[in-house]
Design a protein around this ligand. Sequence first.
Ligand code: DX5
Ligand code: ZN
Length: 219
Amino acid sequence: MTLKIAPSILSADFVNLQSECADAVAGGADWLHLDVMDGLFVPNITIGVPVVKSLRKVTDAFLDVHLMIDRPQRYVEEFCRAGADLVTFHVEAAQPQDVLDGLKIVLEQGKKVGLSVKPRTPATVLLPYLDLVDLVLVMTVEPGFGGQKFMPEMMGKCDWLYQYRKDHDLNYIIEVDGGINAQTGKTAVEHHCEALVAGSYCFSNTISFDEAVDTLLAL
Ligand code: DX5
Ligand code: ZN
């Protein structure tokens, strides 16, 4: 599949969210990554359902919603209804039966579903779910904040996910999130990642969207 670039709006200027998103899309990104945090699963609070709903009205971009919330099965349906195209939640945030229920709810809404693992969680924890998901999100920083340093030691998980997918004829997308820039993005692509989330790199003031997205797309 062609590489997807998903600018994370966590690093955007929230006062001008509509134009920031429009700039990202005009720059060549066809996904927008929306980080939802509840101050419980991660030590930060960001956006919720109303922001997803508002963005849905002003963009046709693929909305990649990353839930960093406790017991996500309680809210996945609302995020689907708000206009998410893909809802990804954390395997650590729910009991196994609730993970399955959460996946099922999203799929019943006709949306794509993903599961994510924090840096200290082995990818093998995902084994019971890999035949159900459309995407696996490998965190390459501790979730909670933008602007952290990429953890190259997470690449082993991407290699493992790639091999497992091949061996079992599955087709989930492998996405990485955290510390992605031109160098680390290249590393991720070498380890079979097909979707790159980039917050501070895309929304930095030092380079333009066009330059950031073009650089990542060329990897
Ligand atoms: C962190 C979020 C990321 C964040 C990435 O918990 O999930 O999506 O915005 O930001 P950068 O690209 O700056 O590491
Ligand atoms: Zn994210």
